[in-house]
Design a protein around this ligand. Structure first.
Ligand SMILES: Cc1ncc(COP(=O)(O)O)c(C=O)c1O
Length: 396
């Protein structure tokens, strides 16, 4: 064991955790193992908890002053971890990445404008676009033999004919966990620049790259990328502090940044709570050893689960993520329709995973498995699934 105990099973029931305390609401029954919503079942770095407890032990919770050291901790992190140089003026706070996307959609596009997404992709992209009266243009990822790639020809065709105002890029891409390579990102940037498309790059999973793969912040890959990018990121997935709501937006191009940041400020969308700044600074300054150990643990869990799927789950294929703790399971070999697949996971195996279809029609027949749990939990979930698949085959 390393310095931190990722094998420790921590009961989250009764803590108000979405993953376990909202199962009835989302899955129709509460007796499920929660392997869905994207947070991890690991205790945070003790340095984050200590910083919060220290502050909370002071009995006055009035307005907080945002310290210079908070901004500097983000700047230092992005440089140290990803070699991305950003300045204080290029960044501001946002209360969540999805809200940041919504602000960008509202500020930079008009009702009925078209916005490109690349399904199967994180479902709130579509919800934000359509909920704000804009329309979605899909440029689905190409999938063959267990490998996904971006359809760059499709993207160019869409930019040329549909004239979208914006594209929402998921970098790394949730679900599937694709870390886009530099060349693909450069091509996206060059097309977007040529056709005048703004690119909102959601990089919330960017710190969670695996197996030594680098994360390329979209805005860093070329001058064209820097000119069109609105980048959103956070310590929330990285350090398992999503409930504290701390995120940032970085815009390099002053022509986009200045009016957007003024609008965010005028509406006070850029005002953090003191809890957010304290946790963020503690995470970025003191959480790196925890993160590195956590990533090695996740890599081990991925390898083990891949092996379990290959040897004990007939009809299922494990698609290995390059980033983050979310694995994509191709279940189409089971020969089940949508409802039968959901029934297998929920009512037979008693497991709550994300239904692949929620990420777009291209996700039908897939399930998203959250591996951010102790290995014993994942093993028992896979055993339950193997048993349920075998009874399914007998009853067929
Ligand atoms: C790609 C992506 N963006 C955004 C979010 C949510 O971010 P936030 O809670 O900051 O809105 C998630 C959470 O799963 C995600 O996977």
């Amino acid at each position: 064991m390393g310095k931190y105990d990722f094998d420790k099973v921590i009961d989250r029931h009764g803590s108000g955790a979405l993953k376990v305390d909202a199962l009835d609401e989302f899955f129709g029954r509460g007796d499920l193992q929660g392997l869905w919503v994207a947070d991890m079942d690991f205790a945070v770095s003790p340095r984050i908890q200590e910083a919060l407890v220290t502050r909370m032990s002071h009995p006055i919770y009035g307005y907080g002053a945002v310290q210079h050291s908070y901004w500097q901790s983000i700047i230092d992190w992005l440089w140290h971890r990803h070699g991305w140089a950003v300045s204080r003026e290029e960044m501001t706070y946002i209360p969540g990445v999805v809200k940041g996307i919504a602000y960008a959609v509202n500020f930079f596009t008009r009702p009925e404008d078209k916005i490109v997404i690349q399904p199967p992709v994180y479902h709130p992209f579509k919800m934000v676009i359509e909920g704000n009266g804009r329309s979605v243009i899909n440029n689905p990822l190409i999938y063959h033999d267990g490998v996904y790639e971006m359809d760059l020809a499709g993207l160019e065709q869409i930019f040329a004919t549909e004239r979208p105002a914006m594209m929402i890029l998921c970098n790394p891409h949730n679900p599937i966990g694709i870390q886009w390579d530099e060349d693909t990102l450069r091509q996206v940037a060059s097309l977007a620049y040529r056709y005048g498309v703004k690119v909102v790059s959601d990089e919330i999973h960017g710190d969670l790259v695996l197996y030594g793969k680098p994360h390329y912040p979209f805005a860093s890959v070329s001058d064209e990328a820097a000119a069109v990018a609105i980048t959103l990121g956070a310590p929330s997935k990285t350090f398992n502090i999503a409930g504290l709501v701390s995120s940032w937006v970085i815009v390099k191009n002053p022509a986009l940044r200045e009016p957007f940041f003024s609008w965010l400020a005028a509406n006070e969308f850029d005002s953090p709570t003191f809890i957010a700044t304290i946790a963020t600074e503690a995470a970025y300054r003191h959480g790196e050893d925890w993160l590195d150990e956590c990533l090695r643990y996740i890599e081990g869990s991925i390898e083990e689960t891949e092996e379990i799927v290959a040897t004990t789950l007939p009809g299922m294929k494990f698609i290995r993520p390059q980033a983050s703790f979310l694995a994509w399971l191709d279940c189409r070999g089971l020969g089940l329709d949508h409802d039968e697949l959901q029934d297998l996971f929920i009512n037979r195996a008693h497991l709550a995973l994300n239904d692949g279809a929620m990420f777009g029609a291209e996700g039908a027949g897939f399930m998203r498995l959250n591996l951010g749990s102790p290995r014993s939990v994942i093993r028992s979930a896979m055993e339950a699934l193997a048993k349920s698949i075998s009874t399914l085959q007998i009853s067929k």
